[in-house]
Design a protein around this ligand. Sequence first.
Ligand SMILES: Oc1ccccc1-c1ccno1
Length: 233
Amino acid sequence: MRLDIVTIFPAFFGVLDVSLLGKARASGLIEVGVHDLRDFTHDRHRTVDDTPYGGGAGMVMKPEPWGEALDSVVTPSSVLIVPSPAGHPFTQATARELATREHLVFACGRYEGIDQRVVEHYSERTEVRQLSVGDYVLNGGEVATMAMIEAIGRLVPGVVGNPESLTEESHEDGLLEYPSYTKPPVWRDLAVPEVLLSGNHGAIAAWRHEQQLARTRAVRPDLLGTADSIEER
Ligand SMILES: Oc1ccccc1-c1ccno1
């Protein structure tokens, strides 16, 4: 997989050289290119924004630098991802799907966003996904891009050492994950649930599934469908 990121804060993505994704880059599983949008400007001030047509507060990112920057990385087989508070929800299912794609390009907008014609232009030439990482507002797309890259990157085969660890996580099966415990068996008078010490794998699996259901009902009932589908789970 190759990732290309266009941003006015390229240094922000230095962290991609460490941790899990750092190893994935070193092993060649994931290639990453970070591009400074200002390198695609031609004026002395390296201008990337201007006042909005129709008035209003803030500034809008100009289409010309974005066009030159994206032309340098986007191909017909790319997925152009534009983080946006107005985007479709980015979910674990989205991450799973995008982890199967060969080339992802992230356009990190700032200010009041990117001139809409950029999305319109590239939507005629490649797959464009406007995606939101949550119902809140950030100052720009960099944090959202980092979250998506981590969620997607860890699903790329070979990136995570033990693939089994990916199957029992929150949202993988539509439910929140069960609580986890390790040694010691008692800590500050708090004991590990007996069933986990029983060695009865059937009972353990049943207890864990019930914990997932209970947690999901309590914390994220929106993840559950109709009553029937709950019982089926
Ligand atoms: O709030 C934003 C500003 C710019 C780019 C993306 C976002 C955002 C908010 C939630 N998901 O993405």
